[in-house]
Design a protein around this ligand. Structure first.
Ligand code: CMC
Length: 430
């Protein structure tokens, strides 16, 4: 228990607030006794100042633009690890030894297949279905095969669910894509790495095998790591909210995917490319006009891929991706006019007082789409790729929540501002 405390002074009296000490970053004022003692609730739309939990997973220093998982800098993890290694770190707390990694990778590989019955599930969607809709539906649907793993307080059941989710997500994602282009589903190959196998299922054909480009595989590995976790973001908070009702892991993750889909969150990567494409295609749109629109208070348009609730500095993931975009493009598609437009947009925005005053910098979604595109993924798959990357973070947060004795069902309060009480008027008299 900390010696520090806060004192809240109100017209209803004072309250001593214990301090929850962090290892680094913001300390927390414990307001759990506030409503019961003084009759007040706190008002904090979007929970911008509210910690819902203690977490030992990910630390984001928004002012300095730093991101660490379990204490390791994101730059080190992205530069040296495989995605499954980072998933292990998030889920189990430490980087694996070579033996542990080997065992973990083998375990994941043994669960990559989907039940044959799932094929009919994919078939039932229209060709035009957005792959994010299929991804979250299929995540819920595969839970029907694993009812014996629903119990959130059974660690073995949770472990089995986690492995299956991580193993099957690339298969679901690739099949959602194959469905959308009318090609046959390609089965997983367990002799390949996690990332290579995903590329194989995405781009191979039964009639023609795919020669996997190591540059593409390496780039995708880095991209997945950069998306692996990010504190209490909207989708992770959703996974925790759903899980707090003791819903199973599959159901909680499927809900998180739906939260991720929105354009203010993971859907921004698709929106960025559409915005850049529009600048290239529309003779009336250019960098200056797009920036002017983003600044116009009467226009709801925002510069997609810019701004962040926590980062008030350059997002370290975007920094890695900015450098990486050049390397990848050089070795894949060559020069990309879209990257040039993106850089112009960044330069104009970063030198504009509107963006400077509000501390709006490029976020992870600004450059990721350009790289995904160079790797051969269509824009509608971008948020799906984000979801595959974020999956270990969702699961690790869900596990941390279920193991935390302070967890209670997520149930925020409100300040009611509607009519106090009204006389009921029968229908024929209204
Ligand atoms: N373009 C123009 N103005 C912006 C932008 C933007 N992208 N982002 C924020 N602002 C302005 C906003 O209008 C407000 O101005 P004012 O103070 O004059 O009202 C100020 O900056 C603060 O913005 P906010 O909406 O209070 O910030 P927030 O923390 O609630 O929202 C955000 C964060 C990420 C939703 C927002 O910056 C945004 O909409 N960005 C574009 C969408 C995007 O790129 N999302 C990806 C986020 S990062 C990865 C992820 O989570 O998936």
């Amino acid at each position: 228990m900390s010696d520090r405390k806060g004192i809240l002074t109100t017209d209803a009296g004072d309250l001593e607030l214990p301090v929850i000490e962090p290892t680094t970053g913001n300390a927390g004022l414990d307001i759990r006794k506030l409503r019961g003692t003084l009759g007040y609730v706190t008002f904090d739309p979007g929970f911008a100042n509210t910690a819902n939990t203690r977490s030992a997973l990910t630390f984001v220093n928004g002012a300095a633009g730093e991101l660490r998982h379990r204490g390791y800098r994101i730059e080190d993890l992205a530069g040296n690890c495989t995605f499954l290694e980072v998933a292990y770190l998030l889920l189990f707390g430490d980087l694996p030894t070579a033996e542990q990694l080997d065992e973990w990778t083998t375990e994941i590989k043994t669960h990559t297949l989907l039940s044959e019955e799932m094929k009919r599930f994919f078939d039932a969607f229209p060709r035009s279905a957005h792959p994010m809709a299929i991804l979250s539906s299929a995540t819920n649907a595969i839970s029907t095969f694993y009812e014996e793993y629903y119990n959130p307080s059974d660690p073995d059941a949770v472990g089995e669910s986690a492995k299956r989710l991580i193993a099957k997500m690339p298969t679901i994602a690739a099949w959602a894509y194959k469905k959308s282009i009318g090609q046959p589903y390609v089965y997983p190959r367990n002799d390949l790495t996690y990332v290579e196998n995903f590329l194989h299922m995405m781009f191979a054909l039964p009639v023609e095998d795919l020669k996997i480009d190591p540059v593409v595989a390496k780039a995708l590995n880095v991209l997945l790591i950069l998306h692996a976790d990010h504190g209490q973001n909207c989708s992770t908070a959703t996974v925790r909210a759903v899980g707090s009702s003791q819903a199973n892991l599959f159901a909680s993750v499927a809900a998180g995917m739906n939260a991720l889909w929105g354009p203010l969150h993971g859907g921004a990567n698709q929106a960025v490319i559409e915005m850049l494409q529009n600048i290239l295609d529309d003779p009336d749109a250019d960098v200056a006009s797009v920036v002017a629109r983003a600044k116009d208070p009467d226009d709801p348009f925002r510069l997609m891929g810019f701004g962040h609730r926590v980062y008030k500095n350059y997002d370290p993931r975007a920094k890695v991706l900015r450098r990486f975009a050049h390397d990848v493009l050089e070795r894949t598609s060559g020069k990309d006019p879209m990257l040039e437009i993106a850089q112009q947009l960044e330069d104009v925005a970063l030198n504009d007082p509107y963006f400077q005053e509000r501390k709006l910098f490029p976020n992870v979604d600004f450059y990721s789409g350009i790289i995904f595109r160079a790797l051969g993924f269509p824009p509608r798959m971008f948020t799906v790729l984000f979801a595959i990357g974020r999956l270990p973070g969702w699961i690790a947060n869900w596990k941390e929540m279920t193991e935390d004795p302070d967890t209670r069902i997520m149930r925020p309060r409100q300040v009611y501002v509607g009519p106090v009480e009204r006389e009921f008027v029968p229908l024929d008299q209204r």
